[in-house]
Design a protein around this ligand. Structure first.
Ligand SMILES: Nc1ncnc2c1ncn2[C@@H]1O[C@H](COP(=O)(O)OP(=O)(O)OP(=O)(O)O)[C@@H](O)[C@H]1O
Ligand code: SF4
Ligand SMILES: [Mg+2]
Length: 382
């Protein structure tokens, strides 16, 4: 027979207090005009963004992204006015220093790839600034971007579809070197062989075709192709997700080794937190197009502030068998970025959601040096 544990006096008091505070909060929001508040909030954000956009770029940053937005139009009127848009990247800001790696994590569809592609101007930004080497390239025309293309490279997730099937490895790697005149014509072959060696590719692969290689080898070819033009910034979009775990480790170690030898700067996009933990110096966590937390790796793993980060990182296995895993399982589906929830975009799934969260969006603020988050659990005022 089960005996119901008797509630202590303190527990009863706590419950009553919680009930009263909930009633008070509901009362507080009964007269709340969401539309007017959202307009006021947007006005304040626009003012803050305007002030930020007027600042000079940080001379220490190779890449500085400010209030970046990429909205895809979904529905237009007869006159061409956008009626409905999908907010794939919605007001993202961060800085990347030369030689470091920033990991971008988040569930599928949160806007990681769109962020990377918008930085590289493979998508035209809807709004915001992208400073690369101190120049705002967000409004650059294709002709202005051309000389920068070699300095900004991307490695894609799928090494199978990203290599032309009818070219040899030598041909694939020589092409960009030739087009961008990286070395004199008569030195191209030697240079390509050198890059191949750097990426762990044997010299006799030069005459072979992509279909003759495994996934890991193909990804090495993709890395060699990206690095052959001596880039400063490499955006790695899930570069190991399509590979076996053992091969993943080889590719990650290769990227790290090349970074320490040649000083490459990486923006590393992945949904695999263990991989991101291994390679990143700092980490940005995205949810529904927005950056909800950003900080150095240690802070993000050891002291995650945002409830979404806490849930995401609670799923990472701990190598210490004495540490008990306390996994937070998020309920509900990810809402559509075409119609994101009002207030905090995460409130429909947040285990810590309060009444205010469904009405007012929290401010994205720095709470510890270099550690930013947007959540009503922390003070909102300056
Ligand atoms: N060209 C496009 N036109 C319209 N919508 C797009 C386009 N590209 C991406 N989207 C939408 O933007 C949102 C973000 O997509 P994105 O590919 O950036 O997500 P992701 O975080 O990289 O996801 P995954 O982890 O699955 O790769 C998604 O809702 C997607 O459907
Ligand atoms: S603002 Fe509210 S809903 Fe959003 S993460 Fe914080 S507690 Fe959760
Ligand atoms: Mg993606």
């Amino acid at each position: 027979m089960s005996i119901k544990k008797q509630e202590s006096y303190e527990e009863t008091l706590e419950k009553q207090e919680a009930k009263q505070s909930k009633e008070a909060t509901s009362e507080e929001f009964r007269q709340f005009d969401d539309v007017a508040e959202a307009a006021k909030e947007q006005e304040l954000r626009d003012e803050k963004a305007k002030a930020d956009l007027a600042l000079p770029p940080d001379p220490d940053a190779l890449l500085e992204v400010r209030h970046l937005k990429k909205y895809f139009p979904l529905k237009k009127s007869m006159s061409g006015k956008v009626l409905v848009s999908l907010r794939a990247v919605d007001d993202v800001s961060f800085k990347l220093k030369a030689g470091e790696t920033i990991g971008i994590v988040g569930e599928s569809g949160c806007g990681k790839t769109t962020l990377g592609r918008t930085i590289l101007k493979l998508h035209q930004p809807t709004d915001g600034q992208v400073f690369f080497n101190g120049e705002d390239i967000a409004k650059f025309k294709p002709a202005q971007m051309r000389p920068l293309r070699t300095q900004m490279q991307i490695i894609f997730q799928d090494p199978y579809s990203s290599l032309p099937p009818r070219s040899t490895v030598g041909g694939i790697l020589s092409e960009p070197v030739k087009v961008h005149k990286i070395v004199p014509k008569n030195e191209i072959k030697d240079y390509v062989l050198q890059i191949m060696e750097m990426c762990g590719l044997r010299d006799y692969y030069y005459e072979r075709y992509p279909h003759e290689f495994s996934g890991g080898q193909r990804q090495r070819i993709c890395i060699a192709r990206a690095l052959s033009v001596k880039p400063k910034l490499v955006i790695c979009d899930e570069p190991v997700s399509a590979l076996d775990v053992s091969i993943q480790a080889q590719i990650i170690n290769l990227l790290r080794q090349l970074q320490s030898e040649h000083g490459f700067t990486y923006l590393f996009i992945s949904h695999d937190l263990s991989v991101v933990k291994h390679i990143s110096d700092r980490i940005g966590v995205m949810y529904l197009g927005s950056m909800v937390e950003f900080g150095d790796k240690k802070s993000i793993f050891e002291n995650p502030l945002h409830p979404y980060t806490q849930a995401l990182f609670s799923a990472v296995p701990n190598p210490n068998p004495d540490v008990k895993m306390n996994r937070i399982v998020l309920k509900g589906d990810i809402p559509s970025p075409a119609n994101p929830p009002k207030g905090c975009k995460f409130h429909t799934r947040c285990p810590k959601a309060m009444e205010i969260c469904s009405h007012i969006a929290p401010v994205y603020k720095e709470y510890e040096p270099g550690h930013f988050t947007a959540c009503h659990c922390y003070p909102q005022e300056d």
